[in-house]
Design a protein around this ligand. Structure first.
Ligand SMILES: Nc1ncnc2c1ncn2[C@@H]1O[C@H](COP(=O)(O)OP(=O)(O)OP(=O)(O)O)[C@@H](O)[C@H]1O
Length: 588
C-alpha cells in the first residue's frame, strides 16, 4: 500500500461492510424524515388555532402524527447507530488484523528495531481513536446536515424572505471561523507532537522505573516527565485561549437566528404579507436550522483525529514485506553456505563484509569475537530477519530467498537470551514449539531440558501461569523452558545466540545438559562469549569488524589466532577470578 490519502484507506477498509454502512445511511435519512414530521404537524396545529374554532379531533390527529414522527425518528436513529457502530468496530477489526498480518510479513529485523510501545500505541490506542468519530459520523452527520436542509426548504416554501432572515447570523462567524481554520492544521499537528511526546516520556518512565530508582534518578527523570506534561498542558491551554473568544462568539451568535426572523417577521406581519401562523412557524423552524450545523465544528476535530490515526496505521502498512514463496522446496540437506555476504543496517558501514562460510549438515560451528563484530548479524541473516545486500545465503543448496518463510521458520530454531514467556501456562509455553505435541511429549521434553524438577515445585506445576511463575523463576530456569520449547520444535538447524550469557555456573551446567540434548544431530551455530561452552565445536569462526579473522578448531586457533588467544586468556582469567583465584588449566 503506497501513501494513499487517509480517506481512501478508510473507504478501502469500509468496503467489506458496505451494505451495513448503506443501510445505516438509509435509516439515518428515514430518521431525519421522522424528525421533520413534527414541524409539519405543529404548523397544522397552529393553523387550526389561528383559523379560530379549533377542533379537538384535528389537534389530537396532528399530535399523534407528531408523536409518530418522533417515534420513527428515534427508532430509525437507533437502527442507524447500531449498524454504524457494528461497521466501525468491524473496520477497526480489519485494520488491526491487517496490521498484525503486516508485522508477520515484514522483515523481523525491521519489527524488532522499533520499540514495542510504538506498535502497541498504533494498534491499540491510535486505532481505538477512530471508533467514536467513525461510528457517529454517519447517523449524526446525516441528521445534522439533512434536517437543517429540509427545515430550510420548508421555510423557503412558507416565506422565502423569512428563510433568508434566518441566515442573518451566519456570514460573520463563518468569515471569522474560516480565518481561524487556516491555522488549524499547524496547531493540530503541534498538538499531536506534544501529545506523542508526553506518551513516550510516560512509557519510558514506567519501563525504566527500576533503573530510575536504582540510580536515584527520581527527581531528574521526574522533571523530564513533569516538564513534558506541563508543556502539553500549556500548549493546549494556549491554543484554547487563542480561540475561546471566537468559539464562544460562534457558539452563541451563530444559532441566534431569531435576531433576524423576529424583526423581519414583525415587519412582514405588520405589512400583512405574513399570517400569524406562518410567523410563529417561521420562528420555530428558524431555530432548527443552525444548531444542528454546529455539530460540524466538532466534526472537523474528529476528522483530524481519524486522519492522524489512519496515517500512523498507513506507516506500518507501508513497511516493505519480504518476498515470499508459497510452494515448499525440497532441500538436499541442512547445510548452510554463506557466499560473499555483505550487509549494512543503515546503508553506511557494513555490519557484515564479504563473509564466506560453509557449515555442513550436523556440524557444530561457533561464532566468537569482540562486541560489535557481527556475530548476531550473521545469525539473524541466516534466519532471514533482513535480506542481505549482496552475495547469497543457501540452505541445502537453495537460496533462502526462494525458501518459503514458513518452511524457513520450521527448519531453524533461534534461541536467544531473551527468554520470552507468553501469558499462558508453562505447559502451553513449551507447547508453542509444536502445537500438536501431547501433554506427555511436553513432560518428556521438559525432563530432557532439565526443567521438570523446578516446574513441579511451582504452585500448579505445569499449569502455573507464566506471569505468576515468572516471578518465582530464575533467569536460568526461564532459559531452560525456552530451550525445551526449541527441543519440542525439533528443527534441523539450531542457532543459539548467547544462550548461556547471564547464568551462574550451577545453572550453566544444567543449561549445558539441556543444550546437548537439544543439539544432538543438528546443524548448530552457537554465538558465545563464554568460550568454554564452545571449545568442542567442529569449527570456531573468529569475527572482528564484520570480517572473518580466522577459523578452525580450538587447538588450531590457540596456536594460530592472536585475537582468539587473547579472548581465551581473558576468559580463563575471569573464570579463575570467579572461582576465587583458583588457577585453572589453560585448556579448560
Ligand atoms: N538493529 C541494528 N540496527 C543498526 N545497527 C545494528 C543493529 N544491530 C547491530 N548493529 C550494528 O551492527 C554491528 C554488528 O553488530 P552485532 O550485534 O552483529 O555484533 P555482535 O558481534 O553480535 O556483538 P555483541 O557481541 O555485542 O552482541 C555493530 O556495529 C552494531 O552496532
Amino acid at each position: 500500500m503506497k501513501n494513499k490519502k487517509w480517506m481512501r484507506v478508510v473507504f478501502e477498509f469500509a468496503t467489506f461492510c458496505k451494505w451495513k454502512i448503506f443501510f445505516s445511511v438509509i435509516f439515518a435519512i428515514i430518521s431525519v424524515l421522522g424528525g421533520f414530521i413534527p414541524y409539519i404537524a405543529v404548523y397544522n396545529i397552529l393553523n387550526i388555532f389561528f383559523e379560530g374554532n379549533p377542533d379537538l379531533k384535528d389537534i389530537i390527529f396532528w399530535s399523534l402524527i407528531c408523536f409518530l414522527g418522533y417515534f420513527g425518528k428515534l427508532l430509525f436513529y437507533a437502527f442507524s447507530t447500531t449498524l454504524s457502530h457494528i461497521s466501525a468496530y468491524s473496520i477497526l477489526e480489519q485494520i488491526r488484523l491487517r496490521l498484525i498480518n503486516k508485522l508477520l510479513k515484514a522483515p523481523l529485523g525491521t519489527v524488532l528495531n522499533e520499540t514495542s510501545g510504538k506498535f502497541k500505541n498504533v494498534i491499540v490506542d491510535r486505532v481505538e481513536t477512530i471508533e467514536l468519530p467513525l461510528a457517529h459520523m454517519i447517523p449524526e452527520g446525516i441528521s445534522n446536515l439533512i434536517l437543517p436542509l429540509f427545515v430550510f426548504s420548508y421555510l423557503l416554501f412558507i416565506d422565502w424572505r423569512m428563510a433568508l432572515a434566518s441566515l442573518i447570523t451566519v456570514p460573520l462567524p463563518l468569515i471569522l471561523f474560516s480565518f481561524e481554520m487556516k491555522k488549524f492544521n499547524k496547531k493540530y499537528s503541534d498538538y499531536m507532537k506534544a501529545s506523542n511526546h508526553v506518551n513516550s516520556v510516560i512509557v519510558e518512565y514506567i519501563n525504566g522505573i527500576e533503573v530510575i530508582k536504582t540510580f536515584n534518578q527520581s527527581s531528574k527523570s521526574y522533571e523530564k516527565f513533569s516538564d513534558s506534561v506541563k508543556f502539553f498542558k500549556d500548549y493546549t491551554l494556549d491554543w484554547f485561549r487563542s480561540t475561546w473568544k471566537l468559539m464562544n462568539f460562534t457558539a452563541t451568535f451563530l444559532p441566534s437566528s431569531l435576531l433576524g426572523t423576529i424583526p423581519i417577521g414583525m415587519i412582514l406581519y405588520i405589512n400583512g404579507s405574513l399570517s400569524p401562523s406562518e410567523f410563529v412557524m417561521c420562528l420555530i423552524l428558524s431555530m432548527g436550522i443552525i444548531s444542528p450545523l454546529m455539530w460540524f465544528t466538532t466534526a472537523i476535530n474528529d476528522l483530524k483525529t481519524i486522519e492522524y490515526a489512519v496515517n500512523d496505521v498507513n506507516k506500518i502498512l507501508n513497511i516493505e514485506e519480504l518476498k515470499d514463496n508459497e510452494l515448499c522446496i525440497d532441500l538436499k540437506d541442512y547445510s548452510i553456505n554463506l557466499n560473499d555476504v555483505s550487509f549494512s543496517y543503515n546503508n553506511e558501514s557494513n555490519a557484515i563484509d564479504n563473509i564466506t562460510l560453509n557449515i555442513p549438515q550436523g556440524e557444530f560451528h561457533a561464532l566468537v569475537g569482540p562486541s560489535g563484530g557481527g556475530k548476531s548479524t550473521i545469525a539473524r541473516l541466516i534466519s532471514r530477519f533482513w535480506d542481505i545486500d549482496s552475495g547469497s545465503i543457501k540452505i541445502g543448496g537453495v537460496d533462502i530467498k526462494d525458501i518459503p518463510l514458513t518452511q524457513l521458520r520450521n527448519i531453524i530454531s533461534f534461541v536467544t537470551q531473551d527468554n520470552f514467556l507468553f501469558d499462558c501456562s508453562i505447559l502451553e509455553n513449551i507447547r508453542i514449539g509444536n502445537s500438536d505435541a501431547t501433554d506427555e511429549e511436553v513432560f518428556n521434553i521438559a525432563k530432557k531440558a532439565q526443567c521438570d524438577d523446578f516446574i513441579k515445585k511451582l504452585p500448579n506445576g505445569y499449569h502455573t501461569e507464566a506471569g505468576e511463575a515468572g516471578k518465582k523463576l530464575s533467569g536460568g530456569e526461564m532459559q531452560r523452558i525456552t530451550i525445551a520449547r526449541a527441543m519440542l520444535k525439533n528443527s534441523p538447524i539450531l542457532i543459539l545466540d548467547e544462550a548461556t550469557a547471564f547464568t551462574d555456573s550451577e545453572n550453566e551446567d544444567n543449561i549445558q545438559k539441556s543444550i546437548s540434548e537439544l543439539t544432538k544431530n543438528k546443524t548448530l551455530i552457537v554465538i558465545a562469549h563464554r568460550l568454554s561452552t564452545i571449545k568442542d565445536a567442529d569449527n570456531i569462526v573468529v569475527l572482528n569488524n564484520g570480517k572473518i579473522v580466522e577459523q578452525g578448531t580450538q587447538d588450531y586457533l590457540l596456536r594460530n589466532c592472536n585475537l582468539y588467544i587473547e579472548m581465551w586468556k581473558s576468559h580463563i582469567g575471569s573464570k579463575s577470578w570467579a572461582a576465587g583465584n583458583r588457577k585453572e588449566d589453560f585448556y579448560v
